[in-house]
Design a protein around this ligand. Sequence first.
Ligand code: SF4
Length: 460
Amino acid sequence: REYTDDQYDAELGRIDQKFTPLVKLCQEQGRAMRIGTNHGSLSDRIMNRFGDTPLGMVESALEFARIARAQGYHNFKFSMKSSNPKVMIECYRLLAARLAALGEDWNYPLHLGVTEAGEGEDGRIKSAIGIGSLLCDGIGDTIRVSLTEDSPNEIAVCRDLLAQIPLLANSSVPVPELPLSYDPFHYERRPTPEVELGLDGVRCGGSQLIRVVVTRATWEKVAPKIRPSDDVRPEAVYEDLNLLEVDPREDFTVPCDTQLVTVKDGLPLPAIAAFRLLAARLRRLGLRNPILLKDCLTLEPVPLAPNIALLRASVVIGSLLCDGIGDAILVRGEAGGGQSLRLAFNILQAAGCRSFKTDYVACPSCGRTLFNLQTVTARIKSRTAHLKGVKIAIMGCIVNGPGEMADADFGYVGGAPGKINLYVGKKAVKFNIPEGEAVERLVDLIREHGKWVEPDPVTA
Ligand code: SF4
């Protein structure tokens, strides 16, 4: 539906009437409020004017904030949630910039979260990318790591993540300031020429996939176990690369524009700042060379615990990838060979740069949830985890679930107690399926839409 200015204003007036009583109640009771918008569930009014965009999310939140402020109510904070870390980062950056432009009295706190992040390693990686990169830039006042797991698990991840931020963001030496190489409000991969990288003629840069590089030690551990059908495999060995390692604090020369470059190990700079500076320095020098990202510039004397290595690598590499920087990545903070390789691929998938396995969007569950999300998610994963490039949403209810399935290809949504609705994209196509059969009906649906492949009998 198209909205004229008058119709748009009339719609705002209607919202004012509905929302103001709640604002007054909060005011009387001394309660705080969160004004939150979610990517994928914006109103018709906002969609018409701004589209399903970060700008639409920000404008929607500001409209509600103006109503609250008109009542003299300021006890609120904002959230801008998306299951896609890139979208979420763009939204919060845009909101922070808009609030700063509106003036000091708009300095409301921001609550950060990647919604429907899922569970296990993938949920932690997605959350670390979205929340961690914003915190490293000084954006955010409260956080929630939203996992499809027992809720107390979220607290430990939040604490661990918060503990990493000063280590990843603070610099012991001044970091030179150069104009950014990227637009912080709009994702675009940094343009580079394509270059030969490593094993089996693998190339990187240009429109090539972002590649995974491993150390020789990791290569020696994992190479004997790789089977021809494996997607998770090293694509180059660090020690064999034709690589120029530089200090981005100073100008440097490169032999040609197809020379792969990275930041020199041992520099006293935080890795995110160092790689942003490298991209900015290259831009200032008029160079487009591809960049190898590293999760750390100095290896810890004692190997990091796997959960900490995962968070640090996700924040550092994930935030740079979301800035459009990086043509290949190297994870060294995780000491386990196979685990560091898998972590690198999982970061690329969570940042939306590669798809080597099924992507899941799963809600964290709440009082509305109509089935056991953890067991159902595990059941769906056990049947579908081999489907490369397919995105499946698992949502506990039809109240908010369909709106928050983002860009999932298929949806499994609680329709009523014991009954499931199945979706193709955002369209419900099967209704009230008994829960006991619903996973197999989902598989049938994926098959009908030509996205099913039989699992590899060796790994199944
Ligand atoms: S059950 Fe519904 S409202 Fe609750 S978290 Fe899941 S999708 Fe959101």
